[in-house]
Design a protein around this ligand. Sequence first.
Ligand SMILES: Cc1cc2nc3c(=O)[nH]c(=O)nc-3n(C[C@H](O)[C@H](O)[C@H](O)COP(=O)(O)OP(=O)(O)OC[C@H]3O[C@@H](n4cnc5c(N)ncnc54)[C@H](O)[C@@H]3O)c2cc1C
Length: 467
Amino acid sequence: MTSDSTSPIRIAVIGGGVTGLTAAYRLARAGVAVRVFEAAPTVGGPVQTERTSDGWLIESGPNSLLLNDAGVSGLFDELGLSPRLQVAGGSAKKRFLVRDGQVLALPTSPAAFISTPLFSFGAKGRIVRELVRGRRSARTGDVSVATLVAEHLGQEWVDTAVQPFVSGIYAGDPTRLSARHAFPQLWEAEQRSGSLIRGMLDLAKTRRRRGEPRARMVSLPEGLHGIPTALAARLPATAIAVGTRVDAVLRAPEGRWNVRWSSATETGSETFSAVLLALPAAALARLAIGEPEERPLAALQQIESPPVTSVFLGYRRDQVRHPLDGFGLLIPEREKRPILGVLFSSTLFPGRAPAGHVGLTVMLGGALHPERGLLPPAEAIAVARTEVGALLGVAGEPGLVRHRSWPRAIPQYNLGYEAFLKTLETVERTHPGLLIGGHVRDGIALSACLSAGLKLAQRALERPNRA
Ligand SMILES: Cc1cc2nc3c(=O)[nH]c(=O)nc-3n(C[C@H](O)[C@H](O)[C@H](O)COP(=O)(O)OP(=O)(O)OC[C@H]3O[C@@H](n4cnc5c(N)ncnc54)[C@H](O)[C@@H]3O)c2cc1C
């Protein structure tokens, strides 16, 4: 790697999640001396994987990455990850929904759609009507995802399909999530054609015409932590300071920025040409920026980021009655069950469980029931075990259990989110040399965050008078 400590340009990256590491990697490759400050003892943010000596692989945060961006594919090529990517197999395309306590497969063919008991006859008919009629009047203001879909397809589609899918992606509440910001493709689909379904089909056609690759659900044999590990490995060893929290980014002479940090044993400060902030909302809100008493991003404290808990349960195959022939199951709120859903982790990618065993990841909490994301570990595990018992016919003790709680898991792009985006823009404009990116701004999916890191680096390199 070509990062050079004598380079006249020194850039600080605050936050060693995938966004910050990607930005740092790209800057270092361009010959910039970078320094990454990460408060936690390891890089990667929630992208954390454990490999046990007896053959289990446990993801405690994200379980899969939807690779749908040419820039991110290029990044994986550069990092040498592309040939090693695991692509979720055919059976992982199958998804299950719970209806009246039954686990039912989502239809994947027109014939299965007509016969599925998941949707009423009327709800099925709404699909055809929506395709033909769409929505006649142009929309001007933002609406919630629930309103957008209900207007096109009726409330049954919201309750049965949209709400659990929104739980699966954002752990969010579709009546509060902004259609424009949380699901920009759906928003664009309506803007383009007046019909959500036609618009989505058009968007897919456009992607194909542009030669964009088909989206693939991927991971790595060593798990998703392999991504931050690969990025970090390409930075000089001294470029990353873990266990080092940044408390202030203050104006210094000649348009530079002074970064004040503290670790368990010491405090310090260093001066940089520019600073990239790749932090979660709460950390941005707390950060002193400009002068020691100024907190221009304090309003971001109001961004809802509800807790989510992940419980991994490992069983012998013969303890589980369900074939686990899919991605996992999602649970509509109206089923009144205490979990968000279950991922069939060992079906999704190979090498997640020892031979003759299976791994399940149960998610709890989110915007509709944040208190469940904060249950004491023993209670969360008990709930998870009861639910997989009832839904998947799991019997007996798990051979392996892991619990991880994320108190502020995923920022909710709720209605009114543009006010936070404007605050970010204003702070960048009034503090030249500070650039902000990551899941608070660019999308919450891993792919969006990797792309955000590439964009941050590009913007830093394009700054006028960047030294
Ligand atoms: C439980 C869970 C499951 C998820 N599942 C999926 C999934 O399956 N697929 C998917 O695509 N996405 C998933 N996501 C979302 C995705 O993981 C995140 O959006 C993404 O990792 C965010 O990356 P980031 O670099 O922008 O932020 P982060 O990873 O949050 O990085 C920010 C870093 O800043 C550090 N930091 C905070 N304050 C300071 C400070 N003052 N000084 C220095 N460092 C600081 C933090 O420790 C952190 O490492 C999931 C998220 C969670 C929590």
